[in-house]
Design a protein around this ligand. Structure first.
Ligand SMILES: [Zn+2]
Ligand SMILES: [Zn+2]
Length: 119
């Protein structure tokens, strides 16, 4: 009986020691995400710019249903990516520059980085 107790106690202290060791040596995780978060917070231009889509909010066919409807009526629609064809940067990467130029004209800076999409 005493043997068992001692053994249990030994195991316990071993375990406690391991935990202490793990905690003591554990380095805090590297702040890899911090800079990304900061870049996100930077967006603030009063909602004029749809940051994830790289298009002015009021003409973003992915966010503005009314605008999307108009595009569909004009047959300016990419069925595959569910957005205005003239705003489908997946099919037409060159159009992205057109909207980036609008942003530059308004703010004099480069537009914030867009969300990257799967092709
Ligand atoms: Zn949008
Ligand atoms: Zn497309």
């Amino acid at each position: 009986m005493t043997k068992l107790l001692t053994r249990g106690g030994l195991m316990l202290s071993l375990f406690a020691g391991m935990v202490l060791f793990a905690v003591g040596c554990g380095k805090p995780p590297a702040p890899t995400t911090e800079s990304k978060v900061k870049a996100d917070v930077k967006d603030d231009h009063s909602g004029w710019w749809c940051k994830p889509h790289g298009i002015p909010e009021e003409e973003c066919s992915m966010c503005d249903e009314e605008f999307a409807k108009k595009c569909k009526e004009k047959k300016d629609w990419c069925e595959k990516h569910d957005r205005a064809d003239s705003q489908c940067f997946i099919c037409h990467p060159e159009h992205q520059e057109k909207f980036a130029a609008k942003y530059r004209a308004k703010y004099g800076t480069e537009p914030p980085p867009m969300k990257t999409e799967k092709k």
